[in-house]
Each structure stands twice: as C-alpha cells, then as structure tokens.
Write a protein that binds this ligand. Structure first.
Ligand code: UD1
Length: 356
C-alpha cells in the first residue's frame, strides 16, 4: 500500500514540486494549505501534470481544529513534510511577531498532532539562514548555527531545536531538517513555480522582471566584493532537485531502524555562482539581454555562501542533478507563463522565447 504523506504548505512553490516528486516515487501526498501565499490554480495544474487528483484540505496549521480535521479524514498518514511558513526575510524584519507566531505555532501544532496520532516521520523545511552571518564556505553542517540575521532565520533555528528536543524526549520521533540554499527554476511544464503575492526580491525573479520590462533594470547589489568578479556568490539549485531531496529524506526516515532520530542536511549544489555568472548564464540560455545597474551592497548580504553537500550525498543518497542553465530555462518558461499572454517554449528552445 502506498504511504500517505501530509504536505503542509503543499500548494506553495517548493511544496507543489515536492508533491509531484512524491507521486513519481510511489507516495500518496495530501496537500494541506491555507492558500495565504499561493494560488488555488496550482491544484488543477498539479492534476494536469501528474494525471492524478491529489487530496487537498484547506486549513491553517496555526488552527488545531483544522489540523485535527485533516488527521481525522486521513487516519493512515505515515509521515509529514512541513513547509507551511512565512518566508520573506524582509517582511520578517518589518513584522517579527507575524513570523514568530505563525512559523512557530504552526510547527508545534503539527508536532502535537503527530504525537497524538503516533506519526513518527517528520521532514522540516529549514534554511541555510540558520548558519547566520557565517562567511566560511563551503558550509558544513557541523559548523552549527550562527547569530540569526533576521526573525525568519530565528524561526528556522527555533524549529530545528524544537524538533531536536522532541526527538531527545524519547517518543520515538524521527525527524530531519533540510537546510535549503538558493532554490531557483520551476517545473519543466511551465505550469508551476514561484508565485509570490507581492513584488519579488530574490535575484532570479527580479532579473526576469527586468528582462520583461516590469522593472527598469536589475540592480547588482555590490560589485566590489572580494570574489572573482566583485559580486556575491550563492549556491543556486533547481527546485525540482530540492523536491527530490524531500523524497530521499522520507525514504531515509522510513528505512532507518533508529528511533528518536534527528539529523540536518545542507541541500544545495555545492557550487557557488556570482551574480554576474547568473546573468551570463541566463543570457546564454535565452538570448535575451539583462539590463543591469551596478548598485551598492545590500545590507545583510554575505560575500560568499555555498554548501558542502557531502552529508546529503552520503546519508540520503541525494545530489543535485540539474544544471544551472536548465534551472534558468525552466524558470524563464514559468515566468513567461505566469505573466499571461506569453509563449511557453519547449525545453531546449529558450532562445525562441517571445514576450507577447
Ligand atoms: C535570501 C534570503 C534567504 C532565503 C533565500 C531564498 C536574505 C538575507 N536571505 O537569500 O534567507 O532562504 O533568499 O532564495 O534575504 N541580488 C542582486 N540584485 C537583486 C536581488 C539580489 O544583486 O535585485 C543579489 C544579492 O545581493 C545576493 C544574490 O543576488 O548576492 C542572491 O540574493 P537573493 O536571491 O535575495 O538570495 P539570498 O540573499 O542569498
């Protein structure tokens, strides 16, 4: 019998890609989402891509009654992947309480329901942000957490600690924290991807907005860093690779005979790219020119952040397999589709993309 996996935040960007990866790998995902920062259309699109109707429960992880309902409707859940959280660093700085109350209460509620229903396998959506202001790349998991640079980062650190202590409590819980580096790209169909309610702030969507004229240019934040071309270095990975990491994480939890088990993993490519390298790679894939404006450093940015991914490879058997070029091509296809009235190019036809 297929294992049922509850995916909180399953309608979001990483959540929806993970739902597809779960289906492809013989799991039965159940989406639980309050659609506060995701589009209901994603559900039909998941059905279109997969040919499967995925059960969806609309509800909020901060509401115990909503969660109780989902566990009551689906009494055979074997594991939970907990994505549901607010994720804007800038918003968390402006409104920390919104982040503390939502991200922390949602996790503790999920854990309470897991305990009540004897569900032992939990994967937690964490972030490289837990390393704080570390400028020592490649970052290895043993490095430990640094001073959090934002309330968002603090909620991820807290979430990991809460899970770790629950595991130490000896209830037989097995849990993993996946520390994401910089996810980019989208599903190759161009049907699902990052769909933020407000204007994007991350590099790749901003770059694409600059190309389509939604903003005048891409500001390159800092051109005088001590790097090979003066711009910052990050570890950009395809969101589908990130989704696959969740499947490997679940497989690992189900296979491990250890109980009371906690572990954390970096999920990145292990390679760093500069901002200018991302621009060049995008231009090579699409034949489009990115209008750029060299700008001052952005407050809080670190010079170089990329992962050591040895641990995920060794223990989870996971490593990123999609290229940066593919991530940018797939992301571009999604970006055009999401903006309506645009042509959706097939893979490998990035150069023929046109904006209507
Ligand atoms: C940010 C978050 C991180 C989160 C990640 C998700 C911060 C401090 N960190 O990481 O917690 O997990 O997004 O993807 O916000 N850049 C430009 N021009 C732009 C936008 C970005 O030059 O308009 C540069 C930045 O200076 C940085 C790189 O692009 O060097 C990547 O930036 P971004 O996509 O915002 O990600 P991070 O800051 O690494």
């Amino acid at each position: 019998m297929k294992k049922q996996i509850l995916v909180t935040g399953g309608a979001g960007n990483i959540g929806s890609h993970t739902v597809l990866a779960l289906l492809e790998n013989g799991y039965e995902p159940i989406i639980f989402d309050n659609f506060s920062n995701s589009n209901g259309a994603v559900i039909d699109r998941l059905a279109l891509i997969s040919g499967a109707r995925i059960p969806v429960v609309t509800g909020d992880c901060c509401c115990l009654i909503d969660l109780q309902m989902v566990f009551k409707c689906f009494p055979n859940i074997s594991g939970v992947i907990h994505f549901a959280a607010h994720k804007s660093v800038a918003e968390s700085v402006a409104n920390p309480m919104k982040y503390y109350s939502n991200n922390i209460v949602s996790l503790t509620n999920v854990m309470k329901l897991c305990r009540d229903h004897l569900i032992r396998n939990i994967v937690f959506s964490s972030s490289a942000a837990v390393y704080g202001e570390s400028d020592q790349s490649p970052i290895v998991e043993t490095q430990g957490m640094g001073k959090p640079a934002s309330p968002y980062a603090l909620t991820k650190q807290f979430g990991e600690r809460v899970l770790e202590m629950a595991v130490e409590g000896g209830d037989g819980i097995k849990a993993l924290g996946l520390r994401y580096f910089n996810p980019v790209g989208a599903h190759p169909s161009g049907l699902i991807g990052e769909d933020p309610l407000g204007p994007p702030a991350n590099l790749v969507p901003v770059l694409m907005d600059a190309v389509t004229g939604r903003r005048p240019s891409l500001q390159v934040f800092g051109t005088d860093y001590d790097t090979r071309d003066g711009s910052c270095i990050r570890d950009y990975l395809h969101v589908s690779d990130l989704a696959d990491a969740h499947v490997c994480a679940l497989n690992h939890l189900f296979q491990t005979s250890e109980t009371n088990y906690w572990n954390v993993f970096n999920i990145g490519t292990g390679r760093g790219s500069t901002v200018f390298e991302i621009i060049e790679a995008f231009e090579a894939v699409t034949n489009m020119k990115v209008p750029i404006l060299p700008a001052g450093r952005r407050e809080g940015d670190l010079r170089e952040v990329y992962a050591d991914v040895t641990k995920a490879k060794t223990i989870l058997g996971w490593k990123a397999s999609r290229s940066l070029a593919l991530a940018l091509e797939d992301g571009w296809r999604w970006h055009l589709q999401a903006q309506n009235g645009t042509t959706v190019p097939e893979r490998g036809n990035g150069g023929n993309v046109s904006v209507a």
